[in-house]
Design a protein around this ligand. Structure first.
Ligand code: APR
Length: 233
């Protein structure tokens, strides 16, 4: 089976009603990233940070996967498909995709503020508000299981390994401004075709070999791309 890797960003969830970060009226227009999405911010004002994620968690429980998420699920029948997402929502999971790597963490999970001696933090499912005083079994304050600015991306090596084996790379709804996620495209084999789906693509036509830019939204462009890939498989 051919291997497809799909790198998704906030744009794939836009048509589900979740704000992107850097579009007009994007999330970062209303907040200082360093105050609500960094370890320093959490240190300085943990309640502000927890409230920021509580509000996003509440909103997530009100939205649903869109036709683009659902179309990607269909790929799995014909290709070995891995989704590498920068998104912290669970819309790929709810659309039924199985192999998903959340490079920047997951909004519906929390973990201890202290990494235990063996290194892997205890990760808990969490759908309700997270408050100061909510502690894990070893008595440490819980925090969102999100990779904040300045923190390492624990799943990066796995993501690179998978991208290196891709026979096809699809990039959907990302401004390609945040590293190391944006660097993954540099790890593909030379002859791997890249499909870049974004109504306002941030890369130029000759940015990569074998690049097809589809200037459409995810819902307009992904179902037809998936149909085409299945037909020509
Ligand atoms: N369909 C497809 N793409 C869309 C749509 C849509 N309906 N609407 C917007 N887009 C595109 C925009 O044109 C833009 O290129 O989605 C992209 C969104 O870019 P960003 O807001 O920068 O989001 P993203 O690239 O995912 O940000 C990466 O930055 O703040 C951090 O951790 C955060 O994971 C996030 C990372």
């Amino acid at each position: 089976m051919k291997k497809i890797v799909v790198l998704t960003g906030a744009g794939i969830s836009a048509e589900s009603g979740i704000q992107t970060f850097r579009d007009a009226d994007g999330l970062w227009e209303g907040y200082d990233v360093m105050e609500v999405a960094s370890p320093q911010g959490f240190e300085k004002n943990p309640k502000l940070v927890l409230d920021f994620y509580n509000q996003r968690r509440k909103q997530l429980l009100k939205v649903a996967p869109n036709e683009a998420h659902l179309a990607l699920k269909n790929l799995e029948e014909y290709f070995e498909t891995t989704i590498i997402t920068q998104n912290i929502d669970d819309l790929h999971e709810r659309a039924g995709s199985k192999a998903i790597i959340h490079l920047h963490g997951e909004l519906l999970k929390v973990r201890s503020t202290k990494i235990s001696r063996i290194g892997a933090p205890v990760i808990l499912d969490w759908k309700k508000d997270l408050k100061i005083g909510d502690k894990c079994i070893n008595g440490h304050q819980l925090r969102p299981h999100i990779v904040w600015f300045g923190e390492a991306v624990p799943l990066l090596d796995r993501a690179i390994e998978i991208t290196q084996e891709a026979d096809i790379l699809i990039i959907i709804g990302t401004s390609m401004q945040v590293y190391p996620a944006a660097s993954l495209v540099n790890f593909i084999k030379d002859d791997t075709p890249i499909y870049f789906v974004d109504p306002r693509p941030s890369i130029s036509k000759n940015a990569f070999n074998n690049l097809t830019i589809i200037e459409k939204t995810a819902v307009e462009g992904i179902p037809e791309l998936v149909t085409q890939l299945i037909k020509t498989n």
